[in-house]
Write a protein that binds this ligand. Structure first.
Ligand code: EPU
Length: 301
């Protein structure tokens, strides 16, 4: 979608929002799949309510992009513009056991920065790509921990009130890969409370998680992490593997040979290829195991 209205363009400049025309979403997502649209880069949280009023009053549909690491975007010219926060510097401020982190901060760098200051707890998240805001929105987790356990406050733009608000940890529910945030709420910043731990000890935990991940996941390939959520008490990866579907392909979309719940873009896969593969695998799992797998990856198609 193109923003061509001169009034909107002037208002964006006033709000200090950068307009990048015709950006490729394939370049902004870890799957490297997705068509083009205008990208609006937001430099100040305070400009968000005005920006959304502007877009809504002109009937411009929009989506909010985090790190693009858990996202499958449709092909071609996309029917909405994309908003993305830019990260301030510094994006993490420490105060005792609290870390104040901007939503646009890189998750891995945040975990490492906190570790260097003897704040642990998030070792399991070390290899998870994406932003802190993205991890927060879907309660990212790995190796027995999830980010929600450490959240004390969240600053967000709330779609329901059209304002920036602060929520306390107890006002938010964090479940397996799910939170109580509304789909169009925007994560802006978070206050985490992390346990004190010597850096060396945290580093050891990080190394163990890295090693486990390297041995079981296709880290060097273009993917969006796990495609399906694990159903209660079962593993989507194991079920897909048991059906012998590793290596199954549609065009360049392919079920990873290393981990069957990772679908990789082995070249120039389209969203159509990837969606077809996802639907096919889901159908086969259903027909054998009578389980309806739920998408873990967010789909904008
Ligand atoms: N397994 C297979 N074949 C495979 C993959 C897995 O038999 O191709 C078996 C494994 O041997 C193991 C079991 O399935 O016995 C579980 O596998 P794994 O430990 O790799 O964990 P997972 O349940 O597949 C979950 C998360 C990952 C997270 C890992 C580590 C989900 C959907 N996945 O995977 O998160 O990294 O645990 O904690 O919750 C993600 O969210 O994108 C993601 C990758």
């Amino acid at each position: 979608m193109r923003i061509e209205n001169a009034k909107i363009i002037a208002a964006l400049r006033e709000l200090d929002v950068e307009l990048r025309s015709s950006s490729s979403l394939a370049e902004l997502t870890s799957l490297a799949i997705g068509g083009t649209t205008d990208l609006l880069r937001v430099k100040k949280h305070e400009s968000i309510p005005g920006l959304l009023d502007l877009l809504d009053s002109h009937g411009v549909p929009h989506r909010f992009l985090g790190g693009g690491s858990n996202l499958l975007v449709g092909d071609g010219e996309l029917p909405w513009v994309v908003l993305q926060l830019t990260s301030p510097k510094p994006d993490v401020l420490l105060e005792g056991n609290f870390a104040h982190v901007d939503a646009a901060a890189d998750l891995g760098r945040t975990v490492t920065y906190c570790a260097k200051h003897d704040l642990g707890g998030m070792e399991g998240l070390i290899g998870v790509p994406g932003t802190v805001g993205g991890a927060l929105r879907m309660n990212a987790g790995a190796y027995g921990m999830q980010i929600g356990s450490y959240v004390r406050e969240v600053k967000l733009y709330r779609a329901a009130t059209r304002q920036i608000e602060i929520l306390r940890g107890h006002q938010i529910s964090f479940e397996y890969r799910h939170t109580s945030f509304a789909p169009d709420d925007m994560m802006l910043a978070v206050k985490l409370e992390l346990p004190s731990k010597p850096y060396k000890e945290i580093l050891q935990g990080i190394r163990i998680c890295n090693e486990k991940r390297r041995s079981s996941q296709p880290l060097g390939q273009k993917s969006a992490g796990c495609i399906f959520k694990n159903p209660p008490g079962a593993s989507a990866g194991r079920m897909i593997d048991e059906l012998g579907l590793k290596g199954l392909s549609r065009g360049d979309a392919r079920v990873s040979d290393r981990h069957a719940n990772f679908f990789v873009n082995a070249g120039k896969a389209s969203a159509k290829d990837m969606l077809g593969l996802i639907a096919d695998v889901r159908e086969r799992v259903h027909s054998t195991f009578k389980v309806e797998l739920e998408h873990e990856v967010v789909i904008w198609a």
